[in-house]
Design a protein around this ligand. Structure first.
Ligand SMILES: Nc1ncnc2c1ncn2[C@@H]1O[C@H](COP(=O)(O)OP(=O)(O)OP(=O)(O)O)[C@@H](O)[C@H]1O
Ligand SMILES: [Mg+2]
Length: 459
């Protein structure tokens, strides 16, 4: 098969002088032989070619001797290094397609559609491009983690970035997308079940899916071996949920989204973490405009800016507010901005089943009792930045305990680091925390907490 294909591919070889890599007439022409012929024509040693293509010498040698099939990524590097147009890429692509056909490979394409009105996040998209396209020499699987508060746009960014990669010709063997259903308590998908779905999506027959978690994970890694597949693990609950789902061979890449910081993932698999902040003011305004349309936005640009501000530039809140305007034809942007002046009204933003308050609820419900209490009490403080001393005084706990509880909250992205010693609550999360305190803590508890906080700040 290899030989036939490469012989056919001679038609694709460039005819420019100095770039013809065909071996001598009569010689068989496999990818490896063509590669060796061109390398020798240029007077390059194996080591020199290896260094030009950024693969190790052993890999190049195995491809040259046809002991290892060339990946398209490798072929692209050879084309660039040996100045032969797209000769090797064409052959490798044809070889891969033929191999897939022979083995009955399924080509999964599970990505949800990209947003037609995606705004901003340029810096994050560029960073993801760099991570996903990886270092060709590395044997590790690139893993990018996008984390941040509820509704900050983590899934949208992951999907956008995945489409960009596919559009650029990466991950030609397919894309897998899984909703891991974290972080709600008891809702997270079990890796055992997820692996079954993934194996099925890759065309593994049910009778070949093992009944043991480790064996399922191993079968999944085997099924991915030699393929260039992008795996998007959306909404992960914790690191333990992700580890059995990771591919083992380079060529694949993984994007994880989570409301948690996923401790341990960086040290265990060298994951690159991106923490999403809210949109900038112009991006937030643009997002509202993209939904309500230019006519409505131009009718009252100042109200759009106020609305964006009152939504805290949080994508989910912005989308819900904009959809409210679209679905209430007699409700102008200015009217909604005025309705949202009382802070507590902002948590009621909703469209269909999606309610802003509920998005926060799922994160809050994962907290332990003490961390949840600390979160509620922080909502009572007018100050937007808090340190461990202030938190300890407000909650009436030791400074060590307060530090631990603040770290837990930061890990769940319900508060964020302002600087080394201070934390901050997003405006909408502060309103949400205050609302919880009002419902769940007695008036006397709240008054005592406020008094302790006042004493602390006066001191
Ligand atoms: N950059 C963006 N451009 C346009 N719309 C966006 C953008 N980011 C997010 N959105 C919209 O905001 C809403 C929330 O985004 P998304 O679901 O991606 O957030 P999330 O961080 O994944 O939320 P969760 O924590 O619930 O998983 C969605 O309706 C999405 O379409
Ligand atoms: Mg999401």
């Amino acid at each position: 098969m290899l030989r036939e294909l490469t012989q056919c591919s001679e038609a694709t070889q460039p005819s420019r002088e100095g770039t013809d890599c065909r071996p001598a007439v009569g010689a068989p022409a496999t990818f490896g032989q063509l590669l060796r012929a061109r390398r020798q024509q240029l007077g390059l040693s194996l080591a020199q070619l290896a260094s030009r293509v950024h693969f190790d010498r052993g890999h190049v040698s195995k491809v040259e001797t046809d002991k290892r099939p060339p990946s398209v990524t490798f072929a692209e590097a050879c084309d660039r290094a040996l100045n032969v147009g797209n000769t090797f890429t064409t052959i490798a692509t044809a070889l891969e397609a033929a191999a897939r056909q022979q083995q009955g490979w399924v080509h999964p394409a599970q990505l949800p559609a990209a947003k037609h009105n995606f705004v901003g996040r340029r810096r994050y998209l560029d960073r993801l491009d760099r991570v996903l396209h990886g270092d060709e020499q590395s044997l590790a699987v690139p893993v990018a983690v996008i984390n941040g508060p509820p509704g900050m746009g983590k899934t949208s960014l992951a999907v956008q970035s995945a489409h960009r990669a596919v559009n650029d010709g990466h991950f030609a063997d397919g894309q897998l997308f899984v909703n891991l259903r974290g972080p709600g308590p008891g809702t997270a998908a079990a890796p055992f079940d997820v692996l079954e779905d993934l194996l099925r999506a890759l065309g593994v027959p049910t009778e070949h899916i093992p009944a043991d978690l480790d064996q399922r994970a191993a079968t999944f890694r085997s099924a991915l071996h030699g393929r260039e597949i992008l795996l998007v693990l959306d909404n992960a609950a914790d690191t333990q949920q992700i580890l059995p789902l990771l591919p083992g061979s380079p060529g694949c890449a993984v994007v994880v989204t989570s409301r948690s910081r996923l401790p341990g993932l960086i040290s265990q698999v060298g994951a690159v973490t991106l923490t999403l902040p809210e949109l900038s003011r112009p991006e937030a305004v643009l997002l509202i405009r993209s939904i309500i349309g230019d006519v409505r936005a131009d009718a009252d640009p100042a109200a759009v800016a106020v609305l964006a501000e009152r939504c805290g530039h949080l994508p989910l809140a912005l989308v819900l507010a904009a959809e409210h305007i679209v679905s209430h034809r007699h409700h102008s942007t200015g009217t909604l901005a005025t309705d949202l002046k009382p802070e507590h009204a902002r948590l009621d933003l909703a469209a269909g089943e999606v309610v802003l308050r509920h998005a926060f609820d799922t994160s809050y419900k994962t907290l332990d009792v003490q961390t949840a209490r600390m979160f509620r009490l922080l909502g009572l403080l007018p100050s937007y930045t808090i340190n461990a001393d202030a938190a300890a005084a407000t909650a009436g706990v030791s400074q060590d305990e307060a530090s631990l509880l603040l770290r837990n909250l930061a890990s769940a992205h319900l508060i964020r680091h302002h600087d080394e010693c201070h934390y901050q609550l997003h405006d909408l999360l502060r309103v949400y925390a205050a609302e919880l305190a009002k419902h769940l803590d007695t008036e006397s508890e709240r008054t005592k907490a406020m008094r302790r906080a006042a004493d602390f700040y006066l001191r």
